[in-house]
Design a binder for this molecule. Structure first.
Ligand code: SF4
Length: 72
């Protein structure tokens, strides 16, 4: 299985990624946003899934980063 992204890693920190979106302190964050409803999330209904911004890692469905893009 693909490794889970370490939120304390430089890659995660660089995009302000957190496993728990509700803990995010970022001007771009809006309540309700999380990986599972981001256009880039590849995990479908799974608790963890891929994201092209973090190649080779899985992000959490409840996570968030500053590249969040609302799914249409
Ligand atoms: Fe999550 Fe979207 Fe950021 Fe990827 S781009 S980590 S799916 S919020």
């Amino acid at each position: 299985a693909t490794a889970k992204l370490d939120e304390s890693s430089p890659q995660a920190a660089g995009l302000g990624y957190k496993h728990d979106a509700t803990t995010v302190k970022n001007a771009r964050y809006a309540a309700g946003q999380q990986c599972s409803n981001c256009a880039l999330y590849q995990g479908g209904d799974s608790a963890w899934g891929g994201c092209p911004l973090f190649a080779g890692k899985q992000v959490k469905a409840t996570g968030w980063c500053s590249a969040y893009s609302a799914a249409s």
